[in-house]
Design a binder for this molecule. Sequence first.
Ligand SMILES: Cc1cc2nc3c(=O)[nH]c(=O)nc-3n(C[C@H](O)[C@H](O)[C@H](O)COP(=O)(O)OP(=O)(O)OC[C@H]3O[C@@H](n4cnc5c(N)ncnc54)[C@H](O)[C@@H]3O)c2cc1C
Length: 138
Amino acid sequence: MIFCMLLNREKSSGPTTKEDLGRATWTFLHTLAAQYPDKPTRQQKKDVKELMEILSRMYPCKECADHFKEVIRANSVMAGSHDEFSQWLCYAHNVVNRSLGKVVFPCERVDARWGKLECEQRACDLQGTTMDFNDGTK
Ligand SMILES: Cc1cc2nc3c(=O)[nH]c(=O)nc-3n(C[C@H](O)[C@H](O)[C@H](O)COP(=O)(O)OP(=O)(O)OC[C@H]3O[C@@H](n4cnc5c(N)ncnc54)[C@H](O)[C@@H]3O)c2cc1C
């Protein structure tokens, strides 16, 4: 019995696959896009572009990172507003989907699929933290 429990524990903490990592990363990115403000500060626009650049260099799957580098080279990151960034990200994810032979996601449904994080009193809203950026653009 204890042996079985140990085996199950080992299984659930086994190596992370490329697919696990991909799903977790897309969840992170689309949730970030869902919370990305309608009117981002200059700093937020810069940060999100840099984040995509960094992903294309440091994503811990080299083949994926190299491919993403091509995706962002061919499609500059659009981060002028919530709509712009969430649509750009949906498009970029679809480029990856197509290259893997996956179904293309209808981007008009992106806001319905990816909502803001459930958080009491909107404590997780990105907008609520923009005041801390102090980037001199407000
Ligand atoms: C930056 C990046 C690059 C990658 N490059 C590669 C690669 O080169 N080779 C490789 O083998 N794997 C790559 N992956 C992993 C791959 O994209 C998938 O995450 C993985 O194959 C698991 O796929 P999945 O079918 O479970 O759904 P995922 O593609 O992980 O999607 C998760 C969920 O997001 C939703 N979704 C799907 N498409 C969209 C969209 N366009 N917009 C919004 N929501 C959507 C769906 O509900 C889906 O169930 C990459 C991942 C990332 C984050």
